[in-house]
Design a protein around this ligand. Structure first.
Ligand code: ATR
Length: 280
């Protein structure tokens, strides 16, 4: 009998995770199927326990359930998920325990590593202070980056920086308002956009233009719809290195896959599948 895996979220119709994971299962000859399920936050507890009772192999959680899952006391969050304040991967242990992980930040770190970008000791500007920024900031601070979080609502940037500074992580972190972006970028090695600027349908918006960027910068936009955001186009004009958000999506999925199965999934195939789905 096929083992079932799934992603819970709402809305969930446009999720790329089923295509990505099913391609991996089939390439590896595993008798497994991954499906998307629409689950409302108030039904999350029943849905996870139901999945466990039915012998699901594992779950992903997405908007608006990641933070909600941390409130469920039957899920044991790993320390990073707890720090980030969100769970995106649920693992059903062999002895009945249910564990929660967050692979979003790791996905971002792997995407940068894949592009041969040095993280330890590098000066990173993270634009945005929402859930995605939290995951990325914690992971990169753990990897020894020197981070400045900038956000339209300055207080959220200060708050996030304060929380991360309170942890004993090798990296340093500060908060700032958007007005400081231009100056900060002059000395930065990496810019990561975690805001919704540039995301469909607001494809003409961008956190920075070519004049503010420079050729020794790596620009990573976690927005992957459209595939090439205005920020990435501006970065190319400035001669900067670019990293696509598709890679973060693929690597966070690959990390979840490893947690469920203990098997290394075919990354290139997952990437190709996601790109094809986005271009369709
Ligand atoms: P997520 O949890 O997915 O990261 P979020 O919490 O809604 O999403 O965060 C979205 C981010 O995009 C926030 O940092 C937001 O800035 P505010 O905290 O000031 O709201 C940022 N953002 C959204 N629209 C923006 C805009 N027009 N200009 C600048 N930043 C914007």
């Amino acid at each position: 009998m096929k083992q079932v895996f799934g992603v819970f979220g709402n809305p969930i119709g446009h999720s790329l995770s089923p295509a990505m994971h099913n391609a991996a299962f089939s390439a590896l000859g595993m008798d497994c199927i991954y499906h998307a399920f629409r689950v409302k936050p108030e039904k999350l507890e029943k849905a996870i326990l139901g999945a466990e009772a039915m012998g699901f192999g594992g779950l992903n959680l997405t908007v608006p359930l990641k933070e909600e899952a941390l409130k469920l006391d039957f899920i044991k969050p790993d320390p990073l998920a707890k720090r980030i304040g969100a769970i995106n991967t649920v693992v059903f242990g062999k002895t009945g325990e249910i564990q929660g992980y967050n692979t979003d930040g790791l996905g971002a770190r792997q995407a940068l590593m894949n592009a041969a970008v040095e993280i330890e000791g590098s000066r990173v500007v993270i634009a945005g202070a929402g859930g995605a920024a939290r995951a990325v900031a914690f992971q990169l601070a753990a990897a020894g980056a020197d981070i400045t979080v900038i956000n339209r609502t300055e207080e959220r940037a200060f708050e996030l920086a304060k929380e991360i500074s309170a942890e004993t992580l090798p990296g340093k972190i500060n908060g700032a308002g958007l007005s400081g972006l231009k100056e900060l970028l002059q000395d930065a090695d990496i810019l990561i956009n975690t805001t919704t600027l540039g995301m469909h349908p607001n494809t003409d918006t961008t956190i920075a233009t070519a004049e503010e960027l420079h050729s020794s910068l790596t620009v990573f936009d976690i927005v992957y719809n459209p595939l090439e955001t205005r920020l990435l186009r501006e970065a190319k004009v400035a001669g900067a290195k670019t990293v696509s958000g598709v890679l973060m999506l693929v690597y966070q999925g690959a990390e979840a896959f490893k947690l469920w199965t203990g098997i290394e999934p075919p990354i290139e195939l997952m990437k190709k599948t996601v790109l094809e789905a986005l271009q369709a």
